[in-house]
Write a protein that binds this ligand. Structure first.
Ligand code: SAM
Length: 254
């Protein structure tokens, strides 16, 4: 719903979702509603920039690259959440996406994308497709993305959603991402969006020399640490602890 008061356009997404009853309807919403979504994204990017300034010491950067902020301003997060969550799509929070899983907090998506430091035309492997949102943000930077999801219905839904939205640089596979995607290796970057108990050796081997992996490591029952892994040479790697995070666990039989 769009209403105007004191010359200000107000966006009431819950009303819109209820009135339409489906995301499909949002896609067909009037241009003014799409402008309101864009305004909500712009406000969210401002909040992400504030959070980055607050965590600058840990991240070792005071601001994210303009291209990353541009991608966050572009990707329609409201199309990646269930209808019941559309009104919260532009809050800087993780949200439920079904099957006990979540779409990550936008600040986390933005910093993980930035810290990967992959240029347009680069190749990234994502472990934990979830809704497909992180993959879409990478694709918006003209990065080719291979992404693996262990829960089959989520993999199927994300694949369909990314196709519908035109993110044709993303390929989704159902499977256990612990073992990576050796047929497509090596990658410039790997982003793991579920918490692992350790850094998976198969993933490290699939990084190019100079490539980077961002991965939350730690117990599923505690706060984890976001780690940046850099492949410095054929047999040498370095790691840097970034900041405390909380992710759903990396599951599977490994
Ligand atoms: N990147 C997602 C997004 O943008 O919506 C959010 C990911 S959610 C925090 C973590 C996802 O990792 C879940 O969908 C979960 O099913 C998936 N996952 C957990 N263990 C996995 C594994 N071994 N291989 C692949 N996916 C896994």
């Amino acid at each position: 719903m769009i209403s105007s008061r004191n010359g200000q356009v107000k966006w009431r997404p819950l009303g819109l979702a209820v009135a339409c009853g489906a995301l499909l309807c949002l896609a067909a919403a009037p241009a003014a509603a799409q402008d309101a979504f864009a305004a909500a994204r712009a406000q969210l990017v401002g909040e992400i920039e504030d959070d980055v300034r607050r965590t600058a010491e840990l991240l070792k950067r005071a601001a994210l690259r303009d291209e990353v902020l541009g991608a966050m301003r572009t990707v329609p997060r409201h199309r990646f959440v269930p209808p019941a969550e559309v009104d919260r799509a532009y809050l800087n929070r993780p949200l439920p996406i079904g099957h006990g899983q979540t779409i990550s907090q936008p600040y986390i998506v933005a910093i993980m994308t930035d810290l990967l430091d992959v240029d347009a035309g680069g190749r990234v492997l994502e472990i934990g497709t979830g809704s497909g949102y992180q993959a879409a943000v990478l694709a918006a930077l003209d990065i080719d993305v291979w992404t693996i999801e262990i829960i089959e219905p989520l993999a199927h839904e994300a694949s369909q959603r990314l196709d519908t939205l035109g993110y044709d640089r993303v390929v989704v596979r159902h499977g256990d991402g612990y073992y990576g995607w050796p047929e497509q290796a090596p990658f410039d970057g790997i982003v793991v969006t579920a918490a692992a108990s350790h850094i998976p050796p198969p993933l490290v081997r699939q990084l190019k020399v100079g490539g980077r992996m961002i991965i939350p490591v730690g117990s599923r029952f505690a706060v984890q640490e976001l780690i940046l892994v850099t492949r410095d040479g054929d047999d040498s790697f370095s790691t840097r602890q970034l900041l405390p995070v909380r992710f759903v666990p990396l599951t599977g039989g490994h």
